[in-house]
Design a protein around this ligand. Structure first.
Ligand SMILES: Cc1cc2nc3c(=O)[nH]c(=O)nc-3n(C[C@H](O)[C@H](O)[C@H](O)COP(=O)(O)OP(=O)(O)OC[C@H]3O[C@@H](n4cnc5c(N)ncnc54)[C@H](O)[C@@H]3O)c2cc1C
Length: 396
């Protein structure tokens, strides 16, 4: 098992960030934010990337980069991240419901912890010329015809900064949607909650290079061995079960009847949680502000696509934000909304359909039984979800 390396590549102080007008401030150095910052910097914009956590940081995620995400990283010349991290290739998924199970081959993806990936992506952004502030929370104060004003907060230190454009990449729990005039954050009342934990105990019978999915009445769990040998266990759980038993016990109960290998002491791991998973920002753009990744909208993790959506939308927003910083016109928010829809709408619809069907346990068990005998029936859906899309790159 490799030790987890620690980095903090901050490039300026909070006070320095307030001295100038930025072309673009990107809030959130997750996947979508770091990619947007890197691509916009490569186009020539002066970019500030602001992250409230200390990098590297853990993040609730199943850590599966599907074939579409891997192809997008390649299109952005970022394959080296997968190579140097030693991310294991992932070629299949075991799905279990009740006592039934099926094995479905997948187009080759990769298993990489967010601890590693996000820290290295933020470094790619600074290598491209973006400035980075970590341990700093950004809030939108207001927007006028010329620029946006943000407040940066780090401990007792507070500074107001100005930017022509803001890219909101602040994730599921982000507050920028609520701070933007004319934007509303809609949370699906039936939404599940995300949780995750890592364990170095790999159960006997666990097959490296595969995802293990277990679906139960209280939600579903995915587990995957990542680059440092640990297994990341991530789950989408019913809020009522979470309230009653807490995350560890709910996960243990879902695993209880599963035919797949079980993790020792799963109930006692250190679980981290999210806000409700199914949410969207409407509209996902306002005056001089564009929303990307989970901050614009997310559904559920079952189909393993959130990172692919974050990479695609992060790369695509860079060109729009770069153009907006130079010559702002009122139709740019509308253009970004249409562009994001074109990129993601079909995939999000299918993800919604699949995750809604998982709420019917009998139906899921029937489907898993069928796929256990005829796994090729899932091939068209798997291929469609994993198909690469041409991706916008900032390199000209
Ligand atoms: C249980 C679970 C399992 C998942 N499994 C997978 C999977 O296997 N494969 C997959 O592709 N996707 C998966 N996803 C989805 C994936 O994790 C997300 O879609 C992806 O992380 C979105 O990236 P992002 O950059 O939009 O947001 P995030 O990665 O959430 O990044 C947002 C960043 O913004 C920062 N931030 C927030 N507010 C502020 C502020 N005010 N100022 C400064 N910084 C701020 C946060 O600290 C954070 O670093 C899973 C999600 C869940 C919940």
């Amino acid at each position: 098992m490799m030790p987890r390396e620690s980095t903090n590549d901050e490039t300026l102080s909070v006070a320095d960030a307030g001295r100038d007008v930025w072309d673009i401030v990107v809030v959130g150095a997750g996947l979508s934010g770091s990619i947007a910052a890197r691509e916009a910097a490569r186009l020539g914009s002066r970019v500030l990337l602001v992250e409230k956590a200390t990098l590297p940081r853990r993040k609730v995620c199943g850590c599966f980069l599907n074939a579409n995400a891997v192809a997008s990283l390649a299109a952005l010349d970022l394959t080296s991240l997968l190579v140097t991290s030693g991310a294991p290739a992932v070629r299949g998924v075991f799905v279990a419901a009740g006592r039934r199970q099926a094995y479905l081959p997948l187009p080759t993806g990769a298993a990489l912890s967010r601890f590693w990936l996000d820290a290295h992506l933020s470094r790619e952004a600074t290598a491209a010329g973006a400035s980075l502030l970590t341990r700093t929370e950004a809030h939108l104060v207001g927007t006028d015809d010329e620029r946006c004003t943000l407040r940066l907060i780090r401990g007792a230190e507070e500074v107001e900064i100005r930017s022509r454009i803001v890219v909101a990449a602040d994730g599921l729990a982000g507050r920028l949607a609520r701070e933007t005039q004319g934007c509303t954050q809609f949370i699906n009342p039936r939404s599940r909650i995300g949780v995750s934990a890592a364990t170095s105990h790999v159960p006997e019978g666990y097959e490296p290079g595969t995802i293990q999915m277990v679906v139960g009445r209280e939600g579903y769990i995915g587990s995957l061995q990542v680059e440092d040998g640990r297994v990341e266990i991530a789950a989408a759980l019913d809020p009522a079960a979470m309230k009653r038993w807490g995350p560890g016990e709910t996960v243990r109960r879902i695993f209880e009847h599963s035919p797949l290998p079980r993790f020792e002491g799963v109930g006692d791991l250190s679980w981290q949680g999210t806000t409700p998973l199914s949410c969207r920002t409407t509209p996902p753009a306002g005056r001089r502000i564009f929303f990307v990744g989970d901050a614009a909208g997310y559904i559920e993790p079952f189909t393993g696509e959130g990172m692919a959506w974050a990479i695609a939308s992060g790369a695509a927003v860079a060109a729009t934000a770069h153009e907006a910083a130079r010559h702002y016109s009122a139709d740019l928010p509308r253009r970004w909304i249409a562009e994001r829809e074109r990129l993601l709408r079909g995939r999000m619809r299918l993800c919604r359909l699949v995750t809604q069907s998982l709420r019917y346990q009998r139906l899921t068990e029937l489907n898993v039984t069928l796929l256990g005998h005829l796994p090729f029936l899932a091939t068209p859906v798997i291929c469609w979800l994993n198909r690469p899309r041409p991706i916008a790159s900032g390199q000209r």
